[in-house]
Design a protein around this ligand. Structure first.
Ligand SMILES: Cc1ncc(COP(=O)(O)O)c(C=O)c1O
Length: 367
């Protein structure tokens, strides 16, 4: 019997009637752009994240892009981020003509090393994009201290981390903006692309909203060039239904993580993810480091156990950077790319499936 890495059909089976009802509501009204579902979702999530404003956008990537645009990031500016994540922050920085500057990750959390951050700051540093990778919060206390002392903006990439907390406070509420993704496999996932920007500052929120509508204010009067970065009403309606279940889904993810953690604790060839005591993770991924990773993954595949590699290549060596920053520059990120393996952790994973994942992992890893 196989165990999938992820299976969204189970979620739809459980709440499909409510989702269908919400979609039908949008279709009946034909208010497909903006409207009550988008507004309600923005209000509910702003409150949940603890920010005055939330702006629904077309994807997590566009949340990052429009945040950086609203902060006037452009040519000549440096933006610090992590070399170990999805390409999205780096792509957004590059699109604005700015330069991504990398700071290596901490080996225990996979997140940007706040201690090393200070050394990467120059007179051209305008923003930092910390990424709460795999649902684990970054050390926002330390990052905010550095940013505030140097008057540098923070754009939190919380694509994988809605509802995660650092020092009792939701991620996304620390920086100038917080950027979430509703990509279907995220903890709160749409039936397509979507995202949201959170922020407290009234002026910044107004500008973000305007940039999402081609910089127009009022309609057809364009103060600047923006884009079409709006969240669809159908997606907002679906997300509104799913939001009711998010807390319970995140609890299920944490239960799976605890189970894995207990089973793998004595296995020296496996390093389980560490959640620091001041943090609460939402485990978008359960990512271990393992000796002989590729052979382990092949072994799991042979036993029909799903797994994935997030991420196989660091960002500083990507050809898109068009600049040689070469292998060896960020050793911890490079080592992570060689060693990481993500195991099934979706909420609907059954106890029996979870046990089978563990048995297979123990079978294919050395002691
Ligand atoms: C860490 C991270 N940042 C940004 C993104 C971009 O989000 P989206 O796919 O919604 O554009 C993703 C997800 O795909 C992500 O995992």
């Amino acid at each position: 019997m196989s165990v999938p890495f992820f299976d969204l059909t189970r979620q739809y089976e459980a709440i499909g009637d409510d989702i269908d009802g919400a979609v039908a509501d949008v279709l009946t009204s034909q208010q497909c752009i903006g409207g009550p579902h988008v507004k309600a979702l923005e209000e509910r999530l702003a409150e949940r994240v603890g920010c005055a404003h939330a702006v629904g956008v077309s994807s997590g990537t566009d949340a990052l892009l429009v945040s950086l645009m609203a902060l006037d990031i452009g040519p000549g500016d440096e933006v610090i981020t992590t070399p170990f994540t999805f390409f999205s922050p780096v792509g957004s920085i590059l699109r604005l003509g700015a330069r991504p500057v990398f700071v290596d990750i901490r080996p225990d959390t996979f997140n940007l090393d706040a201690e090393a951050l200070r050394e990467a700051i120059t007179s051209d540093t305008r923003a930092i994009v910390p990424v709460h990778l795999f649902g684990h919060p970054c050390d926002m206390t330390a990052i905010m201290e550095v940013a505030e002392s140097k008057d540098i903006a923070i754009v939190e990439d919380m694509a994988q981390a809605i509802d995660a907390r650092h020092a009792g406070r939701p991620v996304g509420s620390f920086g100038d903006t917080g950027c979430v993704s509703f990509f279907p496999t995220k903890n709160l996932g749409a039936a397509g692309d979507g995202g949201m920007v959170f922020c407290d500052d009234d002026g910044l929120a107004r500008r973000i909203r305007r940039l999402c509508r081609h910089g127009a204010q009022p309609k057809y009067h364009h103060l600047e060039a923006g884009g079409n970065f709006r969240l669809d009403a159908i997606q907002a309606a679906i997300l509104g239904v799913k939001l009711e279940h998010l807390q319970q889904w995140n609890e299920r993810r944490r239960e799976h993580a605890e189970f894995y953690h207990r089973v793998f604790a004595d296995r020296e060839s496996i390093v389980t993810p560490r959640v620091r005591s001041e943090n609460q993770s939402v485990f978008n991924q359960y990512t271990v480091r393992v000796e002989g990773r590729d052979a382990v993954q092949a072994g799991l595949k042979k036993r029909n156990i799903g797994s994935n590699i997030y991420y196989p290549e660091p960002l500083h060596t990507q050809p898109a950077l068009n600049e040689e920053r070469g292998h060896g520059a960020f050793p911890e990120a490079e080592r992570a790319c060689r060693e990481v393996l993500s195991l099934p952790i979706f909420p609907e994973l059954s106890p029996d499936e979870r046990r089978r994942v563990c048995d297979a992992v123990l079978e294919v890893t050395s002691r």
